[in-house]
Structures are given as structure tokens and as C-alpha cells.
Design a protein around this ligand. Structure first.
Ligand code: F6P
Length: 341
């Protein structure tokens, strides 16, 4: 068989580990051939390919990013996009496709599968917001980077008696904020799933200063106040209709300063959370996903996403996997709240 591989959406530590596992097992165990499509769905849309053999995947296990490149191209939004992809797959002799991506990339994979493209999905996102899998690779790396940043913020906050805010990614899910905030001993964690009350946040800040300890607040980029409390600006939309998030940390700092009279500053971690080498946990998870994905292709089990359930590799339908976002449940937030203030 000749199998195409692509990585779509925001890049994420562990993508190269998946590609390596797919190719290594696919070539050495099953004798398949591979072709890489460049920059997510743009590759098959424009027939832009690159060689993908054992030599091409040597040494990439610990490397961040993706050797295939990525983009947020949405072929469904382009007239005739699906037909062009089908023509290009046929022209390059590709029998099946492995699509490594998050909600958007796998949403396209699901629609292509419904139009008879043989496709298997692999879940990736630092946001950990894909239902159908307990964890996505990249999340553990992002949480570790954010935790280290929070640890560092503690000591400088103490020295200057400031409130320091750490804004993390995660889009509309608060997983990175929850885990990094818990691991880093944050005084307040604000997540999109629970609109925050600015008065309550300021009480936490003041109570922390009263104990001669500087507050660290972790805020997810998608967090927002209870309606009507603070005016927020809307961001631009991407090709999948997602709003570009970011800036809530700065808004929060201004409000805290205004209401408490204490100095408050914000650090936005941004793409640092996505760059660089994956943790050992993410390398192992990504490798296991890759092995499972090539097994699924070899067995002709298409229209599925490989997933982690407990410690087991399983397969779930792409329709189920992309049906709804996995957000932070109330009970998980309640565990963190014990440590607020
Ligand atoms: O989905 C991963 C993610 O890093 C989100 O946490 C964030 O909102 C978004 O991508 C940022 O996207 P971009 O890199 O395209 O600005």
C-alpha cells in the first residue's frame, strides 16, 4: 500500500514521534510505502508532497514541531476542495491517509471519510479537548512548560509584592490552566468553563497579600468574566471560524490594580507552550498512537481515531471523536478551588 501522512492545525510536541512510529512500523513490519503531504490539508489539496521513508524519520523522535509542516487550511470551505483532494490522492497513488490533528483536522477527515476517502485519525492538541481520548499528546509538555513558568513567577512575585498573572493557551477548554495551576500552586485558576466573578478574584488576591504571600493567578486564554462585569473585545476568526484568543490576562491585571490598588502584571506564555522537545510521556503516547494508526490502516479499519482509554490503545469513530469538545467538569474545578485565596 501507499499511505499519505499529514499534520494539520496548531503544531504540537510529539507530532514527529507519531510520524516516525507510523513509518517505522509501516515499512519494517508491513512493507508499506509512505508519502508526506505538506502543511496539513493544503498538501493533498494542492498535491504538495515530500518523500517519507525510514531515512526521513531518523532522529526526529525528540524534535518539536512537525517535519511535514502544518496549516489551518480548511478544504471544506474551498469550492471543489474535497474533489481536488480525491483527484490528488489518486494522482499520487495514495490508497489511504493518516491525518494527525485536532478537532478541525479530524472534522475534515470525518467528512472525507463520508465521501469515501480511506482515512485514519490521530488526536493531537496541547489543549487536550478532544472527546473520545483520555489524553492527547502535547498536553503534558504544555503543562510542564507552564508549571515551570509558574514556579519562576512565584519567586519574583514574592520579591516585589506583586500579583502576577500567567495566561496560558487551551482555547475553549481549561485543561492546561487547571493542571498547570494545580501543579504550580496557583492562588486562583480561571477557566472558560466557569465565568469568573471579578469581585471574588480580587478578594482572593487581597487575602493572599494579607498573609504576606504574593498571589499567582493562572488564567486560560478563553476565560471570561460573568456577563456585564468587564467589557471585552472580540478577536478575528480563522478558516474554521474560531476566534483568535488572548489578552484576558492584561484585562485582568488592569482590573485588579484598579480595584485593589496592588500592582498586577501579566505574562502570556503563548507559543512557548507548543514549541520544543516533547516530554517522555508525550513521546511514548505519540509513539503508541502512531503504532495503533498504522495497524488500523493495515487492517482496513477506516473512519476511526486512535485513542487512549486508561492505559489502553483503542479506536473510536471519527464522528464520535469530533462530536463535542471535552471540557473541564465541575468536579475537577472544585478540587482546585480548595486551594484558592
Ligand atoms: O489549539 C492549539 C492552540 O495553541 C490553542 O491553545 C490556541 O488558542 C491556538 O492554538 C492558537 O493558534 P495559532 O497558533 O494559530 O495562533
Amino acid at each position: 500500500m501507499r499511505i499519505g501522512v499529514l499534520t494539520g492545525g496548531g503544531d504540537c510536541p510529539g507530532l514527529n514521534a507519531v510520524i516516525r512510529a507510523v513509518v517505522r512500523k509501516g515499512v519494517s513490519v508491513y512493507g508499506h510505502e509512505f508519502v508526506g503531504f505538506r502543511d496539513g490539508w493544503r498538501g493533498p489539496l494542492e498535491g504538495d508532497t515530500m518523500p517519507l521513508d525510514i531515512q526521513a524519520v531518523r532522529g526526529i523522535l525528540p524534535r518539536g514541531g512537525t517535519i511535514l509542516g502544518s496549516s489551518r487550511t480548511n478544504p471544506i470551505k474551498i469550492e471543489g476542495g474535497v474533489d481536488r483532494i480525491k483527484e490528488n490522492l489518486a494522482a499520487t497513488g495514495v490508497d489511504a491517509l493518516i491525518a494527525i490533528g485536532g478537532e478541525d483536522t479530524l472534522g475534515v477527515a470525518r467528512q472525507l471519510y463520508e465521501r469515501d476517502v480511506k482515512v485514519v485519525g490521530v488526536p493531537k492538541t496541547i489543549d487536550n479537548d478532544l472527546s473520545g481520548t483520555d489524553y492527547t499528546f502535547g498536553f503534558d509538555t504544555a503543562v510542564n512548560i507552564a508549571t515551570e513558568a509558574i514556579d519562576r513567577l512565584h519567586t519574583t512575585a514574592e520579591s516585589h509584592h506583586r500579583a502576577l498573572i500567567c495566561e496560558v493557551m487551551g482555547r475553549h477548554a481549561g485543561w492546561i490552566a487547571l493542571h498547570a495551576g494545580m501543579a504550580g500552586g496557583a492562588n486562583v485558576i480561571l477557566i472558560p468553563e466557569r465565568p469568573f466573578d471579578i469581585d471574588r478574584v480580587c478578594e482572593y488576591v487581597e487575602s493572599r497579600f494579607r498573609t504576606r504571600y504574593s498571589p499567582i493567578l493562572v488564567v486560560a486564554e478563553g476565560a471570561h468574566p460573568i456577563e456585564g462585569q468587564i467589557a471585552l473585545q472580540a478577536g478575528e476568526l480563522d478558516a474554521f471560524g474560531h476566534v483568535r484568543l488572548g489578552g484576558i490576562g492584561e484585562v485582568l491585571a488592569k482590573e485588579i490594580e484598579k480595584r485593589t490598588g496592588k500592582e498586577a502584571r501579566t505574562t502570556v506564555l503563548g507559543h512557548i507552550q507548543r514549541g520544543g522537545t516533547p516530554t517522555a510521556y508525550d513521546r511514548v503516547l505519540a509513539t503508541r498512537f502512531g503504532l495503533q494508526a498504522i495497524d488500523a490502516v493495515h487492517e482496513g479499519d477506516y473512519g476511526i481515531m486512535v485513542a487512549l482509554r486508561g492505559t489502553d490503545m483503542v479506536r473510536v469513530g471519527l464522528d464520535v471523536a469530533t462530536a463535542e469538545l471535552k471540557t473541564v467538569p465541575v468536579s475537577r474545578y472544585a478540587e482546585a478551588e480548595v486551594f484558592f485565596g
